[in-house]
Design a protein around this ligand. Sequence first.
Ligand code: XUL
Ligand code: CO
Length: 434
Amino acid sequence: MTDFFADISPIRFAPEAEDDLSFRHYDPDEVVVGKRLEDHLRFSVAWWHGFAWPGGDPFGGQTFDRPWFPDRAGGDTMAAAKLKADAAFEMFAILGQPFFCFHDADIRPEGDGFAGNTANLEEMVDYIGAKMEAGGPRLLWGTANLFSHRRYMAGAATNPDPDVFAFAAATVKTCIDATHRLGGANYVLWGGREGYETLLNTDLARERQQAGRFLCMAVEYARKIGFEGAILIEPKPQEPTKHQYDYDVATVYGFLKDFGLEGEVCVNVEQGHAILAGHSFEHELALAASLGIFGSIDMNRNDYQSGWDTDQFPNDVPEVARAYYEVLRAGGFTTGGTNFDAKLRRQSLDPVDLIAAHVGAMDVCARGLKAAARMLEDGALEAARAARYAGWDGSDLLDLDLAAIAERVEEQGLNPAPVSGRQERLENIVNRYV
Ligand code: XUL
Ligand code: CO
């Protein structure tokens, strides 16, 4: 037991509570459109923001004071990693969320090269596995951090140096192994540095081929060892690089098609990344669902003024409701879930800030999902959508050619009258629920 979260009791659903450490909207057992809220939302805590991130920004370093950080932990990095894991599982017990996610570098100390990293990862997987067996949450997904270490400064799979490609591929193997051992429901690849800073030194075509082959290797290996979870790409247009190859859902779909992976790999869609790409979260979700590649979500929000990927906890119920509306229209999560890829602001120093941030985010998501479920059950929006396209019911138009269509237009004297798109009326309907 650490004393990091001392005095904080497990969070309960208590809608009338006066304090800020109770759920007001998230009752895991509440049944919404035929499923418990916990099973709809499938909340997950991200290890990196909660326990590894020091609170830095481009103008200043560490602000957080955590006993497992190097300045307090001393030289025993493995003991520090275990202390960090102890605190993480103590927070999980307080929140009671069903899942968590990690990168290898979040849970293990940096070792001496590949062998050292692997040994450290395996030791930490044993340590965490024991905690999971003792009743901790399950693993939503694991992933490899192929962007923080300086060896990856020019990319991992897309690096001009084949030795870096090899180091990254070997590392992904160990991370798939770790995810499989811990029973992960998904494996995620986010290409943080799979892009470029300047085209002047970049062979774009070659790098794209490298990325395609790398992904094929990951899929082949995962299936070979019997990993049955979904394999997900997380699109992002830029940051840290100027341009990233997995720009958005549409780009990833084209990439998957190109390498014959569209039946194998789906997407993990992140709110903040959608905004950076010039889309909305709901656009990316609707598109992924329509292409048959919807997998999971990273829930957070960006500051709309700064233009950065600020990874804040979600707090805008209408925005979240519109996103879950698309998730529900897609049939809900199967292997995926709601991973809070969100970090505290760097002045939020106290351990209780970390708990309160998750409690608030879980409540916002519960409100959003319940609103989305009512919107769907009520059916007004879907009825309006169906009515808008009703003219196509039974139409053979798409089977004809231009000449036949021209003949028909002439024969029937077609002269279509414009109809209202009713946008404001539909927006008013949404506002009845949020
Ligand atoms: C970065 C980001 C990552 C991925 C996992 O913007 O979203 O944390 O979710 O590598
Ligand atoms: Co993310």
